[in-house]
Design a protein around this ligand. Structure first.
Ligand code: PMP
Length: 440
C-alpha cells in the first residue's frame, strides 16, 4: 500500500518515512537528466552532455581489457593509487610543470577529477567556520554542492564579456573576450576566504587563461594566502593557444593543487580515474580526505590508464586527439555560421557557447511546468531541442541566482561527438533559419 507523505516526510497514514537532508531532498530533475529526457522525446542529436559519442581508441580499450584479466589487478589499490599509474602521472606532470615530481608524496589518484575536487574542498574547509571559496562564473556545476557539502560557502565572481566593438548577439566573439575583473575578484575576498578555483581551459566558455591573467590571480591569492585549486581537466585540449598551469608561475607551486582527469585525457569519462598534484603538504590532507570519501579508486582501470599513458606517447595520441577535436570544433562553428547564429570561439575544452538571442519563440508557445519554472534560458534550450532536434545545455545552470541573466541568451553544445552526429545536427538546424529575428 502506498501512503502519501507531506513535505517533511511524515506519513498521513500509518507509516513514517525517514527524512532526508534538505540538500538532497529535492525531487526535481538535475539539468542533465532533464535535458536528456527532452532530447530523447524528439530523438534529438545529443550535443548536450560532455561525453564522447564515439568509442575510445583500440589501444586504450585493450589496455583496460588486459588490466582486468591480471589477477593482481582486481583487489584494493593503495589509497594514493597504483604505483604504475603514479609513476606515469608523475612523468606527465614533471614535463607539464617543468619540475621533478615525487610520486610518493606529491600525487594522489582519485575516482575522477570530481572526487579530487571534493577531496580538496573536504581537506581545506572546516564546517561551521563560514569559510569561503571563490568561483568564477560560469562555474562547473559540481563546485557549488561540493563546497557546501564540505561546510564552505561559495562566493561568485562572474567573467564579463568585454568587446566594445562587437555585439555578442550578432557577432562571433572570442572566449578571451570573457574577462575576469581583478578588482571585482579582490573585492570578493575577505578574512574567511580560503580557496580560489581556477578552471583553465574553461568549461563552458572555452577560455584559456593567459599568463598575465594567471599572474594577476596568483598575486591576489598570494596577498591573501589562499589555496589555488587549479581544475585543468582539459589541459591537453587547446586550439592554437598555450595552456599554462598556474602552478608553474613563480611562487605558485607552494599554494596550488592541480586536478586532472583520465576521462577527459583518453576519452573514457566512464572509467572514473583522475588525479591531484601539488606539494606534499597540500596532497597529504587531500589524500586523507580521499581515503575517507572513497578509500581508493578502482584498480584495473588505474592500470589501464597507466598503460594508456605509455602507449599514448608511442602513438602521438594527445597531438592527434587535439587535431581531431579542433576539426570537430571548426565543423560545429561552421554549422552555426551557416544558420546565422553567433558563438564564442573556444580556445580550449570541447564546448561551444552559441548566442541564440536572435531566435524568436512564438508568444503562445507552451512550455511544461518543469521548464517554465526554471526561467528564460531553460525555455530557450527546451524550444531549441523540441523544434530543431539538437540538444544543448542551459548555461544558466553554471551561475548563481544573481548572475544567471548573464547567460540567458546562450546554449552550450558539446563537440566531442561523431562526424555523423555533427552532420545530422547540420541538417536539423536548417529549420532554424525561419525562426531568426533581426536583433537590434
Ligand atoms: N572539472 C571540469 C571543469 C569538468 O568539466 C569536469 C567534467 N565535465 C570535471 C571537472 C570532472 O571530471 P571527471 O569526469 O574526471 O570527474
Amino acid at each position: 500500500m502506498t501512503l502519501s507523505t507531506n513535505a517533511a516526510g511524515e506519513s498521513q497514514g500509518r507509516r513514517r518515512t525517514p527524512v532526508p537532508s534538505p540538500q538532497y531532498a529535492s525531487t526535481g530533475l538535475d539539468v542533465w537528466t532533464m535535458m536528456n529526457q527532452v532530447a530523447a522525446s524528439v530523438n534529438a542529436v545529443n550535443l548536450g552532455q560532455g561525453y564522447m559519442s564515439y568509442p575510445p581508441k583500440e589501444f586504450i580499450k585493450r589496455a583496460a581489457q588486459e588490466a582486468l584479466v591480471e589477477n593482481t589487478h582486481n583487489q584494493y589499490a593503495p589509497p594514493r593509487g597504483r604505483p604504475g599509474l603514479l609513476e606515469q602521472v608523475g612523468i606527465h606532470f614533471a614535463n607539464r610543470l617543468a619540475r621533478p615530481i615525487d610520486a610518493s608524496s606529491e600525487l594522489s589518484i582519485h575516482a575522477g577529477a570530481n572526487e579530487a575536487l571534493l577531496s580538496v574542498f573536504t581537506a581545506f574547509l572546516e564546517h561551521g567556520k563560514g569559510q569561503e571559496v571563490i568561483l568564477m562564473e560560469p562555474a562547473f556545476d559540481q563546485y557549488t554542492p561540493n563546497i557546501i557539502m564540505s561546510g564552505g560557502k561559495p562566493v561568485y565572481v562572474p567573467l564579463r564579456v568585454q568587446c566594445a566593438d562587437k555585439d555578442p548577439a550578432k557577432d562571433v566573439i572570442s572566449s578571451h573576450d570573457w574577462k575576469l575583473d581583478m578588482e571585482e575578484l579582490e573585492a570578493a575576498i575577505n578574512e574567511n576566504t580560503r580557496i580560489i578555483v581556477v578552471n583553465t581551459p574553461h568549461n563552458p566558455v572555452g577560455k584559456v587563461f593567459s599568463r598575465e591573467e594567471l599572474e594577476q590571480i596568483g598575486a591576489i591569492a598570494a596577498r591573501h594566502n589562499l589555496l589555488i585549486l587549479a581544475d585543468e581537466v582539459y589541459e591537453h585540449l587547446t586550439y592554437g593557444v598555450e595552456h599554462i598551469s598556474i602552478a608553474t608561475l613563480p611562487g605558485m607551486w607552494e599554494r596550488t593543487v592541480t586536478v586532472g582527469s583520465a576521462g577527459k585525457m583518453f576519452g573514457v569519462t566512464g572509467w572514473r580515474v583522475g588525479w591531484s598534484v601539488g606539494p606534499a603538504e597540500l596532497i597529504q590532507p587531500t589524500l586523507s580526505a580521499h581515503t575517507r570519501i572513497v578509500f581508493t579508486s578502482n584498480t584495473p582501470l588505474q592500470e589501464g590508464v597507466a598503460s594508456a599513458f605509455k602507449l599514448a606517447k608511442e602513438n602521438d595520441f594527445l597531438n592527434i586527439q587535439r587535431q581531431e577535436y579542433e576539426r570537430r570544433r571548426n565543423r560545429l562553428m561552421a554549422i552555426f555560421d551557416d544558420v546565422g547564429l553567433p558563438y564564442v570561439v573556444p580556445d580550449g575544452a570541447y564546448y561551444l557557447l552559441v548566442n541564440a538571442a536572435a531566435i524568436k519563440i512564438p508568444n503562445d508557445y507552451k512550455f511544461p511546468d518543469f521548464i517554465e519554472e526554471r526561467g528564460a534560458n531553460f525555455k530557450l534550450v527546451y524550444f531549441f531541442i523540441k523544434e530543431f532536434g539538437v540538444s544543448g545545455i542551459p548555461p544558466t545552470e553554471f551561475y548563481s541566482e544573481p548572475h544567471k541573466h548573464l547567460a540567458n541568451d546562450y546554449i552550450r553544445f558539446a563537440f566531442c561527438k561523431t562526424d555523423e552526429g555533427l552532420d545530422e545536427a547540420a541538417k536539423c538546424l536548417q529549420s532554424l533559419k525561419r525562426y531568426l529575428q533581426e536583433t537590434s
